[in-house]
Design a protein around this ligand. Structure first.
Ligand code: 6PG
Length: 250
């Protein structure tokens, strides 16, 4: 589903409503909600709106758990940190238990160890925490089903930190991988969820703005096979719902 908006403000309001609706229904149906946050700059307004009292008071913060789809390999206080952006935009302003914030730690020795560390955190949350069915699943091919994954898309069609032409797009077993330095903007090393994890989500919400990204989406809709070869975002085909919120202007 593609929903179009004049500007990012209107698209952000729609995103907030979707987040609240999913968080509230998951709290009732399963007693928790797992939400993966996108990085970059586009989601900032959505996060700021979510932190505003009239929206924050509708969120079941006690049962809402927040994760990240990717993180730059910088300190958590660094201006380029996806965690820092979300923390400043809303997490630091709402009454959410600290234990419900599951950031990608960049304090490990190196990104590869960092990716393994985040995968361990996710496995503990979902498998040890009894939040995932693993009976009868083939070993090595069990993936968590996040209730909601927010995604952005770069002007090159990347999403999370899965970039065009990357061998990481073919990862079939790991939940989390590291991305070498020199790719993307900023060109730092990164940690990212893999396609199998992202595509296991119950709900995926893309938030994009601007003409170039709209053109990429149009290609994805018109020529899906070609788009899959060019754009990682075209490989996002979730088990659940896929909604694009498209703002004409930034
Ligand atoms: C990141 C983001 C990335 C982002 C796109 C779009 O760490 O860079 O997770 O995937 O969603 O680059 O970024 P903008 O929304 O800022 O254009």
């Amino acid at each position: 589903m593609v929903r179009e908006f004049t500007n990012i403000q209107e698209a952000s309001k729609a995103a907030v409503k979707i987040i609240i609706d999913i968080a509230r229904s998951a709290a009732v149906s399963q007693g928790f909600c797992s939400i993966v946050l996108a990085g970059g700059s586009t989601p900032r307004q959505t996060y700021e709106l979510l932190g505003e009292p009239r929206n924050a008071e509708q969120m079941p913060w006690q049962t809402s758990h927040f994760f990240w789809g990717d993180e730059r390999w910088v300190a958590s206080t660094h201006q380029e940190s996806n965690y820092s952006m979300a923390d400043k935009s809303f997490l630091s302003k709402v009454h959410i238990p600290e234990m419900n914030i599951h950031r990608i730690s960049t304090g490990y020795e190196n990104p590869s160890i960092g990716a393994a560390g985040y995968e361990k955190l996710l496995r503990e949350f979902f498998i040890s925490g009894g939040r995932m069915e693993t009976d009868g699943m083939p070993d090595g091919n069990t993936f968590p089903s996040f209730d909601l994954i927010l995604l952005g898309m770069g002007a090159d069609g990347h999403t999370a930190s899965l970039f065009p032409g990357s061998a990481l797009l073919e990862e079939k077993q790991k939940w989390v991988v590291s991305v070498p330095t020199g790719i993307g903007s900023p060109p730092v090393a990164r940690i990212t969820l893999t396609l199998p994890v992202i595509n296991q989500a119950k709900n995926i919400l893309f938030l994009i703005s601007g003409r170039r990204k709209r053109q990429i989406l149009d290609t994805m809709l018109a020529r899906p096979a070609e788009a899959e070869r060019l754009f990682p975002a075209a490989r996002i085909k979730p088990a659940g719902s896929l909604v694009w919120l498209v703002a004409e202007q930034d």
